[in-house]
Design a binder for this molecule. Sequence first.
Ligand code: NAP
Length: 248
Amino acid sequence: MGLLTGKVALITGGSRGIGESIVIKYAQEGADIAFSYVSSEEKAMEVVRNAEEFGVKVIAIKSDASDYTQSETLVNEVLGVYGKIDILINNAGITKDTLMLRMSEEQWDQVIHVNLKSVFNLTKHVLKPMMKQKSGSIINMSSVVGVFGNAGQANYAASKAGILGFSKSIAKEVGSRNIRCNAIAPGFIETDMTHVLTEDQKKAYIDSIPLKRLGAGSDVANACVFLGSDMSTYVSGQVLSVCGALNT
Ligand code: NAP
């Protein structure tokens, strides 16, 4: 029996990167899974097949997490298939990095919508069913950049800092209903998002990380297993850094 056997998880952005690692790790731990993606249809189907090998039920649904109505439809579809949602992981995110002087309104709006409004959209629609079932765990993917900022990422850092305030507020608001809400703040994790870094930039980051390596998607996925499982039933309103001690 796995740490998540009997639980249903909805994960946004499960087709690649950290989200893909979470889907696979959750399948290993026995959860039934629904995950969303926006464009990588073939990749999403490959993730479904890989996760199904662990004997759990897995569905992938194309749904833009930044869209309020699509998020409501997504939650209703998942409830229609599984009858409940025990764990929501708001993982979908993008970057549009540039210095403030060059940042367009569109680059600001896109990042805030995909990274922050999505967290509102999905949380809003899972709360009622979680209240009815009198339990739930919501995990929001922030970033160390949301904690200490980063030049060239004002839009991204603002979205990730917003997630921290949101997560703590939701933890206080619905704690009495046995619903927990936590944030994870990953450091530098090797995914498509960080593949844009040059080798020199990577080396500079590694030099500044006490554990002397970039993180893997599985490092973040393991933290998601803890926060989604009954191992963490008294942990809520917290920010868990998964950053090799960078944020220390
Ligand atoms: P990634 O490799 O670029 O993958 C992003 C995932 O999000 C993909 O599955 C993508 O779907 C999905 N997505 C993007 N926009 C979406 C939308 N509007 N609706 C639904 N899904 C959407 O990114 P990652 O590095 O795994 O990052 C995952 C999360 O961790 C993000 O929130 C990111 O900010 C955070 N994070 C990452 C790092 C890092 O170093 N990598 C560090 C700190 C925090 P498609 O495949 O269909 O495009």
